[in-house]
Structure formats: structure tokens, C-alpha cells
Design a protein around this ligand. Structure first.
Ligand code: SF4
Length: 228
């Protein structure tokens, strides 16, 4: 190959869309609508938020670049139908939306776990979006991008991680004042080590709140082990 052709080939390789990955692994989906399904998790590196309860701080830095082709190939190799693109905050990466679309085109059931701080309006409609609403107890409530609530889909899931009784009251008022339960699934989770799941369950029952409570199944199974 001539030097010019070699350099053009290099350009093509380096300009191919790619994402920075912290890890890719097979596990049981522990949350949201697809809980229980064997799922490939594609964890993208980096997050602009700093929630006080974050259990994936190891994804803030580092990571390795992979082309979208390589990611799709790795997902295929696991041989399951469900794939979850998560982080960190996956939407902070330039080619996340393209990755999601490719995985949908490849026939996977695709979900996205996102902080709710960034625009999700251009995510492929086939993707089940699990969008966090950050509570005051997270220390990142100011980062909620409320415009995301203007374009909710029935397949979306709004997830509240609740740290205390005052957080619960805030979430209840947030959900009721915006009529969110009529638009999509609303998930309430206790912040692990900060709120007893049983207390949250009782408060939901006492108030007859039409929200869906969840605990993290993967933590029941494997604790805080990364990559599980
Ligand atoms: S948005 Fe998620 S990954 Fe980012 S700091 Fe909060 S909990 Fe951690």
C-alpha cells in the first residue's frame, strides 16, 4: 500500500464512531421493566454528576475506546437478547445515540440508563429509556433536565432513588404535580445503606401511591461486586 493510501486508511480507522467503555459484561438485569432478564451491560465511561450515593465511581475515569462495530460484536458474542447501555452517564458520549440505534437495528431489546441531566429526545424510539430524577438527597437535584419530561413515551421509566423521608415527600409531590404516573412507569428505589426498603414500602402503601417500588436484584445476588 502506498504511503498516501496507508495514511487515508488510518484516517478512516481513527474517524470511525467509537465510545469509551469501562466494562462490558453479562449479568441479570436488576432493575426497571426488564428486571430478571439475562442482559449484556455496556458501561460507558464518564459522568458529569456526582451523586452522593453513586456506586459506579469507578466508571468516572479511565476506560478504553472501542468502535461501534467492536461493541456490537462483543454484545453478540454473549448470545442474549437484552442489552443495557449504562454508565456513568452514557449520554455524555458523542456516539451513544448512534450506538443505541445500531443495537436496535441488530435486533436486541435495548434499554438506556441515564442520569436525566442531558437531552434524551433524540434517542431511538425503540429504546426503553430509564431516566433518573435526582432528588435533593442525591446532592444533584439542580441537574435535572426538566425538558425531558415534555417528551415522555409510554415505554419510559422515571427512576427516583430515595434517601430519606423528606426525599420521599419531595418525590411524591414531584410525581403528583406533573401527573407522571399517567405518562410512563414511575420507579421508587431506596438508596442502599441510607433507607430501609421496608420503610419505603410502607410509605408507598400508606399514601396509596401508584408507583412501582424496586430493590436492586443484582445487589441481592452479588452485593457491590463490579461487573455483576
Ligand atoms: S448520575 Fe449515576 S453514575 Fe453519575 S454520579 Fe450519579 S449515580 Fe453516579
Amino acid at each position: 500500500m502506498s504511503a498516501t493510501l496507508a495514511s487515508r486508511a488510518d484516517d478512516i480507522v481513527t474517524s470511525a464512531p467509537r465510545v469509551k467503555l469501562t466494562e462490558i459484561f453479562l449479568s441479570i438485569q436488576g432493575e426497571a421493566d426488564s428486571v430478571g432478564w439475562p442482559t449484556v451491560f455496556v458501561r460507558l465511561t464518564g459522568c458529569p454528576l456526582r451523586c452522593q450515593y453513586c456506586d459506579t465511581q469507578y466508571a468516572f475515569y479511565g476506560g478504553e475506546w472501542f468502535s461501534l462495530d467492536a461493541v456490537e460484536q462483543k454484545v453478540r458474542e454473549f448470545g442474549v437478547r437484552h442489552v443495557c447501555v449504562t454508565g456513568g452517564e452514557p449520554m455524555a458520549q458523542k456516539h451513544c445515540v448512534e450506538l443505541l440505534e445500531r443495537l436496535c437495528n441488530a435486533g436486541f431489546h435495548v434499554s438506556l440508563e441515564t442520569s436525566g441531566a442531558l437531552d434524551v429526545s433524540h434517542v431511538d424510539a425503540r429504546v426503553a429509556r430509564v431516566i433518573d430524577i435526582k432528588t435533593p438527597g442525591s446532592n444533584e437535584v439542580a441537574r435535572n433536565r426538566l425538558e425531558n419530561l415534555d417528551s415522555l413515551r409510554a415505554t419510559d421509566q422515571l427512576k427516583f432513588v430515595i434517601c430519606s423521608r423528606s426525599d420521599f415527600d419531595w418525590c411524591r409531590d414531584f410525581v403528583n404535580s406533573r401527573n407522571l404516573v399517567d405518562q410512563c412507569t414511575v420507579l421508587f428505589s431506596p438508596s442502599a445503606s441510607q433507607l430501609e426498603a421496608r420503610d419505603l414500602a410502607q410509605w408507598i402503601l400508606d399514601e396509596r401511591l401508584p408507583v412501582r417500588m424496586q430493590v436492586q436484584l443484582h445487589k441481592v445476588l452479588w452485593g457491590d461486586t463490579p461487573g455483576r
